[in-house]
Design a protein around this ligand. Structure first.
Ligand SMILES: C[S@@+](CC[C@H](N)C(=O)[O-])C[C@H]1O[C@@H](n2cnc3c(N)ncnc32)[C@H](O)[C@@H]1O
Length: 200
C-alpha cells in the first residue's frame, strides 16, 4: 500500500496528536540513563522512522548518537528539522520505509511507527529494518498498543512482540521482551519493550 501523508498532515495541522506527550518516551529515557542503549562507539548512528515532532530523536542525540529522523508529514518534519539542526542531527521528509542509507545504522528506535502502518505494509517494514541495520545492529522497540484487537482497526494497529518477531523473520533474533518498566500512564493499551539483533 502506498503511504499517504495527508491524513497525518491534517492531524498535525489541527494539533490532533494524542500520541505526542511532549517529551521522549520514559522507557527510552530509562534505557539511555542506564546505559542500556548507549552508542557502542563515537559516531554510532541511530535511525528514528516516523519520528513525529522528534522528542525521541532529540533524546538519542543528547545521549551521543548521530541521529537521522524521518517523517513524511511536512508539518512535523519542519519541527523536527528545526530542533535537530543546531545539534548536528539529520531530518528527512520522506517515506521512511523507502529509506536506503549509504551506510547502515547501529540502532533503529521504533516507537509508534509500526502501529501507524497499515498491516499490509508490515512486510515492507521488515525489508526496511533488514536493509537499514548493520549485522549486529539493534532494533529497540517500544511495542504499543499491545492487546488492541485487529477488529477495532487502526491506526494504531494492535500488535505484540511476537507479531513483530514473526514479521521480521530469520534476519533478526529476539534478545529481550516484556512489559515496559516506564510507561505513558494514560495510554489505553499496554506498552512492552522488545530488543532485536540484526543477524549477519
Ligand atoms: C502515531 S505517530 C508517532 C510519532 C512519533 N513516533 C511519536 O511517538 O511522537 C506516527 C508518525 O509516523 C509518521 N508516518 C507514518 N507513515 C510514515 C512513513 N511511511 N514514512 C514516514 N513517516 C510516516 C506519521 O506522519 C506520524 O508522524
Amino acid at each position: 500500500m502506498s503511504p499517504d501523508a495527508s491524513v497525518w498532515s491534517e492531524r498535525y495541522r489541527n494539533a490532533n496528536t494524542p500520541w505526542d506527550h511532549g517529551a521522549a518516551h520514559p522507557e527510552l529515557e530509562r534505557l539511555l540513563a542506564e546505559g542500556r542503549l548507549a552508542p557502542p562507539r563515537p559516531g554510532a548512528r541511530a535511525l528514528v522512522p516516523g519520528c513525529g515532532r522528534g522528542h525521541d530523536a532529540l533524546a538519542l542525540m543528547d545521549a551521543g548518537w548521530e541521529v537521522t529522523a524521518i517523517e513524511f508529514a511536512p508539518e512535523a518534519h519542519a519541527i523536527v528539522q528545526a530542533a535537530l539542526a543546531g545539534k548536528g542531527g539529520r531530518a528527512l521528509c520522506a517515506d521512511a520505509l523507502a529509506h536506503a542509507p549509504l551506510e547502515p545504522y547501529d540502532l533503529l528506535w521504533e516507537h509508534t511507527f509500526f502501529c501507524a502502518l497499515d498491516p499490509a505494509d508490515r512486510p515492507r517494514y521488515a525489508e526496511f529494518a533488514q536493509r537499514v541495520l548493520r549485522p549486529g545492529g539493534l532494533l529497540a522497540a517500544l511495542v504499543f498498543p499491545v492487546g488492541k484487537g485487529s477488529e477495532t482497526g487502526g491506526p494504531p494497529w494492535g500488535y505484540d512482540s511476537s507479531d513483530l518477531e514473526r514479521e521480521l523473520g530469520a534476519a533478526f533474533a529476539l534478545r529481550e521482551s516484556g512489559p515496559a518498566r516506564e510507561t505513558i500512564g494514560e495510554r489505553a493499551w499496554r506498552e512492552d519493550f522488545a530488543l532485536f539483533e540484526r543477524l549477519p
